[in-house]
Design a protein around this ligand. Sequence first.
Ligand SMILES: [Zn+2]
Length: 146
Amino acid sequence: MATDKKIDAVAYHEAGHVFVALMSGKIRVLEAHYEGSEGYTKVEWKSGNINFEKLCYFLAGEITEYRFSENFSESHSGIDRKNTENVLFLISGNRSEQHAYWQKAIRTVNEWLDVKENAEKIEKIAKELMLKQTLSEDEINVIFNK
Ligand SMILES: [Zn+2]
């Protein structure tokens, strides 16, 4: 099983983005896709100041795949890290403040993943992605709202 989880690191990565987007309540998920080493999550930002939610969202892929698959997919986290840096600069121009926000976001995502029901939802989303490759907004919301 551990081997399967390593192979499917990208499915957990995308499931993490999906879950944290919906958990934040400020990011709409339009579609998620996973196939082998390829994956994406299409989102729409809700209005208002959602920089902290975006930060959690961009960090979620890497945190989730590490926690669930004990492995990194490598190819995916580069863009997420660039986006993380960009959002941090929008939040504050001060390096130590940026660091504090970054740590707070990592803590927030990890606290959400620590909850058993949340971890089960991520497992479900990842497994559905492995099965169907593409999940629509409705399919994702059905899993999330169970
Ligand atoms: Zn990602």
